[in-house]
Every structure is written in structure tokens, then in C-alpha cells.
Design a protein around this ligand. Structure first.
Ligand code: 13P
Length: 297
């Protein structure tokens, strides 16, 4: 089947099954193109919970589809490629959280959405990159353990200096590739460009940025800006919306290795197969589901 035939087949199956297709901003262009909604983790979990469709094809990675299932337990949530995982999410386990709770009984656990459901279930509150600062600032306890991403945690710590925040040592292998020198080089090559980065970047990279935000916040910022050139410090999938929404602006990626291998696993073929065979269904154990739901706001 060629690309056009695959797309037509997807639209046909989508109508027949009354399914919703959502895609994260890091998906390949063709997948973003056929999705009903494209966005960041926060936006997509809200869309999945609010929309009436009973079948959701989540084009993203495992923890994202799992989050959609937690928020909409009665819906059928499908992940086109079952091995599309997230190394950052795998850097913390439920047992680690148990041990932290024993070691620091006065602290509350703030868990980044990039984590397994079993970890969410043992946490006090869940955040995304777009609301992490607000969640930590407004949380009633001043003693916080932030996990699993130490870079997003450092960013939050800087914005909320009044709180005592312990960081877990996890990180995103893709964002971690960007070094301070890459920003300096890009800035001298494009002196008029603004630097927009994701908070999963190293603190010394974030320090040099003009704007720090989630993938959707980066896209919204560049789209609303009067400036014409931007240096982008996140996975290259965001270029799809950036270029589509801003054909007159220029975007330079901070590092050539900004490709998340897991996000790139979903293809038109696997989306079509997901709809046709209703696979791969995401299930979360009832007890974990209840625990994770309680900490999701
Ligand atoms: P966003 O919520 O900003 O889209 O980030 C998700 C993610 O996994 C970043 O690596």
C-alpha cells in the first residue's frame, strides 16, 4: 500500500470504529498529519479524557497511552507500537518510591508524567512539563521529592526557591545530548535567533535559553512571537507544527541528534494496523489505576 492508500484506509477505519487519533509533537510528520489532535503530554491527556470517542489510538510512547487509560478507564486505548517506551520513565520504579518514602517520611512525591503507572500510583501528585512549576509551588507541603527527571526538577527548583526539593537522578537521553557549547555555537551562527528549549535539557542549557517550555508551549511561543528566527532545543518532531504554522520563520535545531528513537517507532502502517486489529490495547491493573488516578489533577 502506498502512503495515500494507507491514509485513506486509516480515515475509513477511523470513521467505522468511531476512533480518535492523537499524536505527540515528536511523532513522524505523516503520523502528525493524520491525527485529530497533536500536542504535548498535558494537552493530549485532557483531549483524550474530554472527547466522546470510545477508541483512542495514542501515537506516542507507552507512559502517554497509559496516562490516557488512567484518565479514561472505560475507553479502549491503543498504542500502535507496543515497544515504544521511554528510557526516562524506566529510570524509577515503584520500589524506589517506597524506599524514598521510608527515608524521607515528611516529604511529598511529585511525579513527572514520564513515569510508569506503578510509580504514579505511589506518588502524591503528577505533573507535566507545562504545569510542573505551578504544581510544586501550590502543593501544600514545602518538602518535595521530584522524580524521575533531574533536569525538569532543577528547573522547578530554580523557579520555586522557597521549597526544599530533592531530585531523583533520571534524565531524557535525547535532551541530554545538548551541551552548553551547542547553544553557544548556535547563538554565534544565528545571532538574531531566540533560543527555545524544553526543561528536560541540562540546567546549563536552560540557563542560556530565552524561553523554556513544553513542546506545545515552544510551538505557541514561536507562533506568537514577532521574531523571525528560532534555535530549538527539543526533539525535531516539533518542526512539523513550527514550520506549518510559521512558513515565514526560520528554525534551527540545536543538535543533529534530537531524534527520540521510541517516538519515531509509530508509522502510518502501525496506526492502520492498530485500528484494524484494535491493538495494542493498554491495560492498567485496577489497584494501580485507582492509585494513579488519585494523584492526577
Ligand atoms: P511535552 O509534555 O513537553 O510534550 O514533553 C513530553 C516529553 O516526553 C518530552 O521529552
Amino acid at each position: 500500500m502506498n502512503i495515500e492508500e494507507l491514509k485513506n484506509e486509516i480515515y475509513k477505519l477511523k470513521r467505522k470504529k468511531n476512533a480518535l487519533i492523537v499524536a505527540h509533537n515528536y511523532q513522524i510528520d505523516e503520523v502528525q498529519e493524520i491525527a485529530d489532535f497533536v500536542g504535548d503530554s498535558f494537552y493530549l491527556s485532557k483531549v483524550c479524557a474530554e472527547r466522546p470517542e470510545e477508541v483512542i489510538v495514542f501515537c506516542g510512547v507507552h507512559f502517554m497511552a497509559e496516562s490516557a487509560k488512567i484518565l479514561s478507564p472505560h475507553k479502549k486505548v491503543l498504542l500502535p507500537e507496543i515497544d515504544a517506551g521511554c528510557p526516562l520513565a524506566d529510570m524509577v520504579t515503584a520500589e524506589d518510591v517506597e524506599n524514598l518514602k521510608k527515608k524521607y517520611p515528611d516529604y511529598s512525591i511529585v511525579c513527572y508524567i514520564n513515569s510508569p503507572a506503578s510509580v504514579k500510583a505511589k506518588s502524591d501528585v503528577i505533573c507535566t512539563s507545562s504545569n510542573a512549576v505551578k504544581i510544586v509551588r501550590e502543593f501544600p507541603n514545602d518538602k518535595i521529592i521530584f522524580l524521575p527527571d533531574k533536569n525538569l526538577g532543577s528547573f522547578v527548583k530554580k523557579q520555586v526557591p522557597e521549597k526544599d526539593i530533592i531530585l531523583w537522578e533520571g534524565f531524557c537521553i535525547t535532551h541530554y545530548k545538548i551541551k552548553k557549547e551547542d547553544v553557544e555555537k548556535a547563538k554565534s551562527a544565528h545571532p538574531n535567533a531566540l533560543v527555545l528549549v524544553h526543561p528536560e535539557c541540562r540546567p546549563e542549557v536552560v540557563e542560556l535559553a530565552d524561553f523554556v517550555g513544553s513542546t506545545k508551549q515552544i510551538i505557541d511561543f514561536a507562533t506568537a512571537s514577532k521574531e523571525k528566527e528560532f534555535i530549538i532545543g527539543t526533539e525535531m518532531g516539533v518542526l512539523y507544527s513550527l514550520k506549518k504554522l510559521n512558513p515565514d520563520k526560520k528554525f534551527y535545531i540545536l543538535h543533529p541528534g534530537m531524534i527520540c528513537p521510541n517516538m519515531k517507532k509509530n508509522t502510518l502502517q502501525s496506526v492502520r494496523d492498530a485500528l484494524l486489529y484494535e491493538r495494542y490495547q493498554i491495560e492498567v491493573e485496577e489497584e494501580i489505576m485507582q492509585g494513579a488516578k488519585k494523584s492526577t489533577c
